[in-house]
Design a protein around this ligand. Structure first.
Ligand SMILES: [Zn+2]
Length: 213
């Protein structure tokens, strides 16, 4: 992991920075399913870092928004401290706690958390690869990295309904497969479950949800 600059002395947050920060925060975010007692996530809706964290421009550079929020709450981040998300939602600036890299890895293992359960890049508008071939190359190399990571570090990847992006449950998957065997149309099931025909097709052909039989 790349070393984060110590924020304690770099941070000089003016009142207008604080107002600017909170104007980008939506306090009606989702409630994390595995820790509902924490209440709703506060989602940073400004820019994003490449890792999916919120990015807040301050003192001439972008900082991960959750680290900025942590400094606003606690005054500083000590050297070597990682600000962790108790809710596992990288966009959240509410459910934060301090830990070490060892804590972070242990937490990831315990929760079977992964960082790449869903699409990393929006594939719409100008970002769509058909509008700019460079985006296609970038996405292809990103997907290749994710594929390699899945092979080399399967413990970091969660699957199925634990994934934040999953719309289907394991029961849905079993039902879709048996209904497909019975000859039911993919398009009808897609409408019923609120997903695309491709998603239904991937479930049936086991390109997705491979771990469910
Ligand atoms: Zn949260």
């Amino acid at each position: 992991m790349k070393k984060q600059p110590s924020l304690s002395e770099r941070f000089n947050i003016s009142d207008s920075d604080i107002n600017r920060f909170w104007s980008k925060v939506n306090k009606d975010g989702p409630t994390p399913v595995h820790v509902p007692h924490l209440g709703s996530c506060w989602i940073f809706s400004g820019g994003k870092t490449r890792d999916g964290y919120g990015a807040f421009y301050l003192n001439g550079r972008n900082h991960p928004a959750h680290r900025v929020a942590f400094v606003m709450q606690k005054g500083r981040i000590d050297e070597g401290v990682i600000v962790m998300h108790d809710c596992d939602n990288p966009e959240c600036v509410r459910h934060l706690s301090a830990g070490t890299q060892a804590d972070n890895l242990a937490d990831m293992r315990a929760k079977g958390r992964q960082r790449y359960c869903g699409p990393k890049k929006p594939m719409t508008g100008d970002l769509h690869w058909s509008k700019n071939p460079k985006n296609k190359d970038a996405l292809r190399s990103l997907n290749e990295k994710v594929r390699q990571a899945r092979i080399n570090h399967p413990e970091l990847f969660i699957r199925g309904e634990k994934c934040h992006f999953a719309k289907l449950s394991e029961a849905d998957v079993l039902s879709i497969r048996s209904r497909a065997l019975a000859g039911e149309k993919r398009a009808l099931m897609a409408v019923e479950y609120g997903v695309s025909v491709t998603v239904i097709g991937n479930v049936i052909t086991r390109r997705s949800w491979k771990h469910i039989d």
